[in-house]
Design a protein around this ligand. Structure first.
Ligand code: HEM
Length: 422
């Protein structure tokens, strides 16, 4: 980030400690204000209560209920790619996967069928797209700066630098509130399986229960944060997965053969995708090479000494996921795409914290990790059975340049070609 701003910046002080000892606290003013009610942006006892309320909505059983819907979206993705393959199109893969993850997240979060893969002009889809376009640019830089240097937060707040603003975010906020109000009319409805209804139904059973259910604003905040956290990250992973496979045809062939050996013609299910070990390794290797969130931040709430490094209270601590995942001390030949690193034999040699660091670490680790992996696997099964991804010269660069804003979005769209497998 500093290099892109043209200033040298501080020298990183590397150490490995226990991220549980340092808490997370955001003090930056986020717009629209309901976003600041979202789990990601809360701290202390508020975060504890919200996390306790949200955790049961992400269990295996709940995800299983959602998996049929995810598969329906993955099938539309396949049809979409089929069309592009027949027309020999050069494919902007982020666009294609973005539409898929948008459909999954709006369906699983709000029970909406936005059909962004088939109807990209739908107003909810358009507003989300515009909002994310802004989010992957300069705006998230202010959040990254606030996370790294908490003492700058009041200044950033005073400058009025929020996260999202404009008519698209107003439209989305109103839409989310409208949906929350409808759901609150139906508290206890067990038939609806989307996150919004699960959150409205959720009752806190913790020791220090004050408020049993989430307030209207809190439910809306979680809906919004699920939308923000679940769309871009998962689409980015699918983008880089197919990029890696296009560049490494031997790996793509192995993934394809595993699909045939393990699943044959079976539809993907919550249970059977667990048999696809090599695909799982390829996904984890993709998340290592291109972690969608390149750094996470914490703040020392009290004076801490970890492995000889003293961190005064209030100091921001940055966990540079991207740099750690490319550190040759942990990963031999770190720029190489080598899924075998995450095989049982090889991964046992790695510190366990590194296997899923792309999703963060400790109690604040990504709550949507299992949904994201499920989505990626369903999409992979549906498309890799039918298509071979291929590079297309200048639009599939060997080295990718990123927009430096805490997310590993490429500066230029990555494009691939596909051909039908016979
Ligand atoms: C490949 C996809 C994804 C990646 C790489 C990813 C990554 C992350 C990371 C790095 C964090 C911060 C963890 C920390 O500070 O230790 C996080 C938090 C979070 N993620 Fe994800 N995420 C993904 C998908 C999702 C999905 C699909 C959802 C929702 C359905 C989601 C919801 C959240 C939420 C709510 C938090 C805040 C957790 C808390 O603060 O307690 N994420 N994610």
């Amino acid at each position: 980030m500093f290099t892109s701003l043209g200033i040298p910046g501080p020298k990183p002080l590397p150490f490995l400690g226990n991220a549980r000892d340092i808490n997370k606290k955001f003090t930056v003013n986020i717009r629209p204000p309901i976003v600041s009610k979202g789990l990601f942006f809360t701290g202390g006892s508020t975060w504890k209560r919200l996390r306790r309320l949200m955790t049961p909505t992400f269990t295996g059983g709940k995800l299983k209920n959602m998996s049929h819907f995810v598969d329906r979206c993955a099938n539309i993705l396949k049809d979409n790619l089929q069309d592009k393959t027949c027309h020999k199109e050069v494919i902007d893969i982020k666009d294609v996967f973005g539409a898929f993850t948008m459909d999954v997240i709006t369906g699983t979060a709000f029970g909406l069928e936005t059909n962004s893969q088939t109807q990209p002009a739908e107003p909810f889809v358009q507003s989300c797209k515009n909002m994310f376009y802004k989010l992957s640019g300069n705006r998230s830089r202010w959040l990254t700066i606030a996370g790294m240097f908490p003492f700058l937060s009041p200044l950033i707040r005073a400058m009025g630098k929020g996260l999202l603003s404009g008519k698209e975010s107003d439209f989305l906020v109103n839409s989310v509130y409208r949906m929350v109000d409808e759901r609150r009319q139906a508290i206890g409805d067990e038939k609806r399986t989307d996150f919004l209804q699960l959150l409205v139904n959720a009752e806190d059973t913790g020791m220090d229960v004050g408020q049993k259910r989430m307030s209207r604003e809190e439910v809306a905040g979680q809906g919004f944060i699920i939308l923000i956290a679940g769309y871009e990250t998962t689409a980015t992973t699918l983008q880089y997965l197919t990029y890696n496979l296009a560049k490494n045809q031997d790996v793509q062939q192995r993934v394809y053969e595993e699909l045939g050996d393990e699943l044959g013609d079976e539809d993907p299910t919550y249970d059977n995708v667990g048999r696809l070990k090599y695909l799982d390794n390829a996904i984890h290797e993709t998340l290592r090479l291109f972690p969608p969130v390149s750094l996470i931040t914490r703040q020392a709430l009290e004076l801490k000494t970890i492995k000889g490094v003293t961190i005064p209270a209030g100091v921001g601590v940055t966990i540079p996921i991207y740099s750690i995942m490319h550190d040759p001390d942990y990963f031999k030949d770190p720029e190489k795409f080598w899924p075998e690193r995450f095989s049982e034999a090889e991964s046992s040699k790695l510190p366990s914290i590194l296997s899923e660091l792309a999703f963060g670490y400790g109690p604040r680790q990504c709550i949507g990790m299992r949904l994201a992996l499920l989505e990626i696997k369903f999409a992979a099964v549906r498309i890799l059975r039918h298509f071979r991804f291929l590079p297309c010269e200048e639009d599939t660069p060997d080295k990718i340049e990123f927009v430096t804003a805490g997310l590993t979005s490429p500066k230029k769209p990555i494009k691939l070609r596909t051909e039908l497998r016979v």
